[in-house]
Design a protein around this ligand. Structure first.
Ligand code: FAD
Ligand code: DHB
Length: 394
């Protein structure tokens, strides 16, 4: 089989890219190792930047999002038992973000793809084994179907949207690759709970016992995270222990209190910063988690993946329209400028809000000083609001 663009992975990056290419009249095939239900129910990100929302709307995936998505006009920082709002529209020329879960983005894009006549093939339970000939005019993807049979997909271009554990990145020779990485001495224990969100805005709370994030999935479902040591077993935490800990860490002097409810899911996510440079090699392009990871504080992961595939789609449309490779050649540099800004923001947010068991009280004081500056200084607040609502595409 043959296609113009072979896509590894049907996470948000691969699914959105397939849709963008279909709308542009460029054919592609998507290979996804897991089954549809797995992809649709993998609980991950929740915040969509304005640019991500706009992209989903423009490609026809905005209907349910516009009905069910929750527009957020700011966040709150909680520290020293006080809550401090940071509003977005007034600091950013009108920008907002939207709560709409990654699971729902994936469901909508998959539904569009399987229900649109002539839409690109989306092959589930199809495991990519490797990318060959990346630096030739005829790159290809070796893959294996559920029955164990091996096949080759001939492509003109290959886009690796296969996440951090994918295989596409391996096709870039080691001597041309450089990776930048940081791990953190803490993880997040995330829960889903059948209880309305306790606060209208998300709360990012710094506390001597550790970071807590109060988020949501809908008007009836809360999504909360607490900082825990690495290698924590989520099941070792009883539900009431989790709520007790959230309550301790989000105590305020104004009488506000978190609401408890039945916990329906809990899991632990490690934190990592990672960038692979360059993000392309010959006719192979990496997008999303395949090329970079951010710690989740600041909600950049999904949005970065969307920025990458929009950049690639624009570059290949330019190639088809004009014959020029110029934008494809600039893909990596253009993406990396935005990626490093998101790496910086995610790193700063993480370090400002988490307690590091290896650090001294000096760092506690600096964290409070940084938070105080954001909530008291309009320039600092603007800087945070601009970063949170999204970095522009080049
Ligand atoms: P992925 O979503 O990882 O998709 C990659 C796809 O490729 C997967 O479907 C995978 O099955 C498939 N694949 C892998 N290897 C192969 C192969 N060999 N052949 C075929 N298919 C393959 N971000 C936030 O902003 N907020 C959060 O709260 C948040 N929480 C997270 C929690 C966890 C546990 C993780 C792992 C990530 C979280 N993120 C969060 C990050 C965010 O979810 C990712 O940035 C986003 O999913 C990136 O999308 P992607 O399409 O690039 O990669
Ligand atoms: C969510 C996750 C984040 O990392 C974040 O910064 C905000 C919200 C969430 O899953 O809802």
């Amino acid at each position: 089989t043959k296609t113009t663009v072979g896509i590894l992975g049907a996470g948000p990056a691969g699914l959105l890219l397939a849709r963008l290419l279909f709308v542009a009249g460029i054919d592609c095939v998507v290979l996804e190792a897991k089954d549809r239900a797995y992809v649709e129910h993998r609980q991950r990100a929740g915040i969509l930047e304005q640019g991500t929302v706009d992209a989903l709307r423009e490609c026809g995936a905005g209907a349910r999002l516009d009905k069910e998505g929750l527009v957020h006009h700011g966040i709150e920082f909680l520290f020293n038992k006080e809550r401090h709002p940071v509003g977005f529209p007034e600091l950013t020329g009108g920008r907002t973000v939207m709560i709409y879960a990654q699971t729902e983005v994936c469901k909508d894009l998959i539904e569009l793809q399987v229900s649109t006549p002539g839409a690109p093939p989306l092959l589930f339970e199809t495991h990519a084994l490797g990318v060959d000939g990346a630096n030739t005019p005829t790159p290809s993807i070796r893959y294996q179907t559920k029955d164990g049979a091996q096949h080759v997909l001939q492509c003109e271009y290959v886009v690796g949207c296969d996440g951090f554990w994918g295989v596409a990145r391996n096709a870039i020779p080691d001597e041309l690759s450089k990776t930048y990485e940081r791990t953190y001495p803490f993880s997040w224990l995330g829960i889903l709970a059948d209880v309305p969100p306790s606060n209208e805005d998300l709360i990012y709370a710094r506390h001597p016992r550790g970071f807590t994030l109060l988020s949501m999935r809908s008007p009836t479902v809360s999504r909360n995270y607490i900082q825990v040591p690495n290698d924590t077993d989520a099941q070792a935490w009883a539900d009431e222990e989790i709520w007790d800990e959230i309550e301790r860490r989000t105590e305020t002097t104004d009488g506000w209190k978190v609401e408890r409810g039945p916990i329906t899911q809990k899991s632990v996510t490690p934190m990592r910063s990672y960038v692979h440079e360059p993000m392309s090699y010959g006719r192979l392009f990496l997008a999303g988690d395949a090329a970079h990871i951010v710690p989740p504080t600041g909600a950049k992961g999904l949005n970065l993946a969307v920025g990458d595939v929009i950049t690639f789609a624009n570059a290949i449309k330019h190639k088809v329209a004009t014959g020029s490779d110029e934008k494809l050649q600039k893909y990596s540099d253009n993406c990396l400028r935005r990626v490093w800004q998101a790496e910086r923001f995610s790193y700063d947010m993480t370090n400002m809000l988490h307690t590091d068991p290896n650090e001294s009280e000096f760092v506690d004081k600096l964290q409070i000083a940084r938070l105080t500056r954001i909530v008291n200084n309009k320039n600092a607040a603007t800087d945070t609001a601009l970063a949170y609502t999204g970095f522009p595409l080049d």
